[in-house]
Design a protein around this ligand. Structure first.
Ligand SMILES: [Zn+2]
Length: 83
C-alpha cells in the first residue's frame, strides 16, 4: 500500500529556479538539490503561472513539499553540460 501523500507531504524546500525537461514540461529546482515537476495539465493540475516567466519568477522562494527528501534520495547531480 502506498502512503497517502496528504499524510506524508515531504520536506519543505524553496524553489530556486526552473527548467524544462525534454518534453517541455516545467521542472522546479529546489534548494535541497532535488527537482519537482510543476505541470500545467488541467483539470488535474492547474498551474497557469508556470506558463509565463513573470508567473514563474513570482514562485521563486515558495516552498514545495519535497518527497525525495522525505524518501532520503540523494540530490540530483547536475553536470556542467546541463546548465
Ligand atoms: Zn529534496
Amino acid at each position: 500500500m502506498r502512503p497517502d501523500p496528504r499524510f506524508a507531504p515531504g520536506v519543505p524546500s524553496a524553489i530556486v529556479g526552473f527548467r524544462q525537461d525534454e518534453e517541455g514540461h516545467w521542472v522546479a529546482e529546489l534548494a535541497c538539490g532535488h527537482t519537482q515537476h510543476v505541470r500545467h495539465d488541467p483539470p488535474w493540475q492547474v498551474r497557469p503561472w508556470v506558463l509565463t516567466e513573470s508567473g514563474r519568477r513570482a514562485q521563486l522562494g515558495v516552498e514545495l513539499a519535497c518527497t525525495r527528501c522525505r524518501d532520503g534520495e540523494p540530490p540530483t547531480v547536475r553536470g556542467p553540460a546541463g546548465a
